[in-house]
Unconditional design. Structure first.
Length: 224
C-alpha cells in the first residue's frame, strides 16, 4: 500500500509517504505559512520518490483537534488530491497520532487549545492497536476527565508542556511521567491510517471533514 499523509494541525507542517512499510517524511516549522508550503512539499516528496499521485492507494490527514485553520488546510488539500485521483481518504485523530509516538502502553494526550483550555484524550495500547479510553474533549486542565486508577499513564503534547504542573497535581500518582515536545506528525498518521484503509474504512473526498471539538475560536472582549 502507498499512501500520502499530511498534518497541519499545529505550527508544524509534516508529510509522510508510506511505501509498503517504508516511510519517507518531511517536516518544517511553518508558523502561519502552511498554505504556501504544503503543496510544494507534496510535489517535492513525490518527485524524490519517483511516484505520481495516480500510483497512490489513498490519503490520510490529521483530522483534529488542533488549529481550526490548520485542520481546514489539511482537509482541503487532501480533498483536492482525492477528487483529482478518485482515491479514498481517512482522517486520523491528532491526539491518537501523539499517543502513537510514545513508547508506553497507557497514554494521555493533550494539545493546547488556547483560552486556558486543552484538547484531551486517553488511549490504551492493545495487540490490535489503540483502544480509546477517553474520547477527545475540550476542558480546563483542572477539569480533565478522571482516568482509570491503578494504572500508570504517560502524558504528552503541548497541553502537558504548558500545564504540566497543574495536570501532574490533578492526576497525582496515576501520571508516571511526561514526554515533552510531542506534537502530531504525518509519520504516525500514516502508520495509523494504513490498517484503516486496508479495512476499507476510507471515505470519498466530499465526506472528509475536520474534527474541531471546539466551536468557538476566541474569547470575546468581555471574557478576557
Amino acid at each position: 500500500m502507498k499512501i500520502l499523509a499530511l498534518d497541519t494541525s499545529t505550527e508544524y507542517c509534516s508529510l509522510a509517504l508510506w511505501l509498503d512499510g517504508d516511510v519517507l517524511t518531511k517536516e518544517v516549522l511553518a508558523g502561519q505559512q502552511h498554505t504556501e508550503l504544503l503543496l510544494p512539499m507534496v510535489q517535492t516528496m513525490l518527485a524524490e520518490s519517483g511516484l505520481a499521485l495516480t500510483q497512490l492507494d489513498g490519503y490520510a490527514f490529521g483530522a483534529g483537534p488542533g488549529s481550526f485553520t490548520g485542520l481546514r488546510i489539511a482537509c482541503g488539500v487532501v480533498q483536492g488530491l482525492a477528487f483529482a485521483t478518485d482515491l479514498p481518504v481517512i482522517g486520523i485523530s491528532t491526539l491518537e497520532a501523539m499517543a502513537q509516538k510514545i513508547n508506553a502502553r497507557h497514554v494521555m494526550a493533550a494539545l493546547d487549545a488556547r483560552m486556558g483550555e486543552i484538547y484531551f484524550a486517553a488511549y490504551r495500547q492493545t495487540e490490535s492497536g489503540w483502544s480509546v479510553v477517553q474520547t477527545p474533549v475540550l476542558c480546563l486542565p483542572e477539569l480533565a476527565p478522571r482516568i482509570e486508577e491503578g494504572v500508570k499513564w504517560v502524558g504528552c503534547g503541548s497541553g502537558f508542556d504548558l500545564y504540566g504542573e497543574r495536570l501532574s497535581a490533578y492526576y497525582g500518582d496515576c501520571l508516571a511521567g511526561i514526554e515533552s515536545g510531542c506534537y502530531p506528525h504525518a509519520r504516525e498518521i500514516a502508520q495509523l491510517a494504513v490498517p484503516k484503509l486496508l479495512a476499507g474504512l476510507g471515505v470519498s473526498a466530499e465526506e472528509a471533514a475536520p474534527v474541531y471539538v471546539r466551536d468557538k475560536v476566541a474569547l470575546k472582549v468581555s471574557e478576557r
